[in-house]
Design a protein around this ligand. Sequence first.
Ligand code: GLN
Length: 199
Amino acid sequence: MKCVIGVLALQGGFTKHIEMLQRLGVATFEVRQPQDLERCDALVIPGGESTTIQKQITFTDFEEPLKEFMAAKPVFGTCAGLILMAQNCLDITVKRNGYGRQIESCRCSLDIKFPSRRKRKYPGIFIRAPRIQSVGEDVNVLGEMNGEPVLVQQGCFLGATFHPELTDDSGIHEYFCKIVLKNLTAKKQRHKDAKKEFA
Ligand code: GLN
């Protein structure tokens, strides 16, 4: 099954996400206008400056369409993208720049574990990263650094405080694609069931 994953391109590091998705053979494009969302099965919200992205969202009338999108389709947010999701579809609280200033930015090895997979190492790149301070009970912690959550999932929403698009390891993007395909399959099935009911 094919899917289209848009990348919100209002500000920040959207290009690297596009490159990573293209490397995986996924159809992707830059989402610049609210109506672009209609073509997307899922959305990536990149890192950047969350306050600037938020201003752009308001300025370009993305607010409502994005809310509707987040209520219905998979979203993957990295860093600033995760901050924006925390205000909407992910039940977590975050502290912006929670590890300190730019000088505290680092590359460190993380432990990640996807459902029914073995725990493995992942190269985490943190750039003025947000710190996850609490997670709701429906939130699954998939990755930790020093015992703190850095990669979380709640249903079809995935959030990372770091930058998987800046590494050569495409594992997290691949995992998101699986979430997207699973979501599409479930949707198709619901359509079929609804048709049967009314036949
Ligand atoms: N510190 C930024 C913010 O608060 C996030 C940094 C990033 O996305 N790399 O929005």
